[in-house]
Design a protein around this ligand. Structure first.
Ligand code: SF4
Ligand code: SF4
Ligand code: SF4
Ligand code: SF4
Length: 307
């Protein structure tokens, strides 16, 4: 970890300007955001709490040079789960803007970062697909092909809608759940607000929450339980906040994973193996971001010399 140099000056104007919306002063270093961060869970390379802490100390010069701000995949899980309503993602986005305005990185990096995110999602889809087929692929060997290939053929084949049967009705009931977790999935009127809010709906051919909810509404059990898509969800709950109909999208997808596991559609060790495989895929993503950063920096900051 890089050394923290305490600055004696007041908070830089940029951080001060944004400190209100980010609400960083409320942080009491509980670590919830670190546990909630999917990049941190997979690679231990991104700790939003550390960024918030350094921002509170006014370490702007160090923050804008940290690769961590580009490892973030903009999922907002850290903010959604923070008990103090701190918004680490807003801080990260402002730091990226500051890094660009200071010419630490080139402006194109923002767009390139988005492209790498799309590549990550493609790769995650293919990795889940392979694991569902019972393979445990070598990620390093497949990364390039997975990353550049969207799963259009397999994911977009026409689906024949079933007529209502006791099986489709029973499946719908299972997806809705019971008690406090019950969700009004049938209230969905396909407005797509959930898809707009979903941080990983960058290419609907790879992942689109409203598609999952429609398939669940039609009772298309096999298509859903065998789909890699249900394993891509980050459980960030942004879809739930966005839905005016009270559809609890994140819970629906978690319920689908649960049914796939309980009914033996996936192997008993699937969740563990998926965590391992995801860690390897995210590792390639981090390597790709590092390469981008090396190319994008006009002046190499101290951290690159240490690597
Ligand atoms: S979850 Fe919130 S309060 Fe806890 S460490 Fe993260 S930013 Fe701070
Ligand atoms: S927005 Fe997501 S990826 Fe970025 S720091 Fe927060 S939890 Fe991690
Ligand atoms: S936001 Fe709600 S109503 Fe709109 S498509 Fe998504 S689940 Fe359906
Ligand atoms: S919880 Fe909802 S918004 Fe978040 S990744 Fe899953 S489908 Fe998308």
């Amino acid at each position: 970890m890089s050394t923290i140099y305490l600055k004696k000056t007041a908070l830089p104007s940029y951080v001060a300007r944004y400190s209100q919306p980010e609400h960083i002063q409320a942080c009491y270093t509980c670590g919830t955001c670190n546990s909630a961060c999917p990049v941190n869970a997979a690679t231990s390379r991104l700790r939003p709490m550390e960024l918030v802490y350094k921002a509170r100390l006014g370490l702007l010069d160090e923050l804008v040079s940290m690769p961590d701000i580009w490892y973030c995949m903009d999922c907002n899980r850290c903010s959604n789960f923070c008990p103090m309503m701190v918004k680490p993602l807003s801080l990260i986005q402002n730091l990226r803007a500051e890094a660009i305005s200071r010419k630490i990185v080139c402006p194109e990096l923002a767009e390139q970062h988005k492209e790498v995110l799309k590549r990550l999602l493609n790769a995650l889809w293919h990795a889940a697909d392979a694991l569902l087929d019972g393979e445990y692929p070598k990620v390093a060997e497949h990364w390039e092909q997975w990353a550049r290939t969207s799963p259009s053929d397999k994911a977009n084949q026409l689906i024949k809608l079933p007529s209502d049967t006791p099986q489709t009705t029973a499946f719908r009931q299972m997806v809705r759940g019971y008690g406090v977790n019950a969700t009004s999935i049938s209230s969905c009127f396909t407005c797509r607000e959930c898809s707009n809010a979903c941080p990983i709906c960058l290419d609907p051919r790879v992942f689109d929450p409203v598609k999952i909810f429609r398939l669940a509404n039609f009772g298309l059990k096999d298509e859903l339980l065998r789909s890699p898509c249900i394993w891509l969800c980050l459980d960030c709950q942004s879809c739930m906040s966005a839905c005016s109909q009270g559809v609890k999208g994140a819970l629906i997808i978690r319920q689908l994973q649960h049914i796939a596991y309980e009914e033996g559609v996936v192997a008993k060790d699937f969740p563990v193996r998926w965590q391992q495989l995801k860690g390897e895929v995210y590792g390639e993503y981090i390597r790709e971001i590092d390469k981008l950063l090396e190319a994008a920096r006009s002046v190499k900051p101290p951290y690159l010399k240490q690597v």
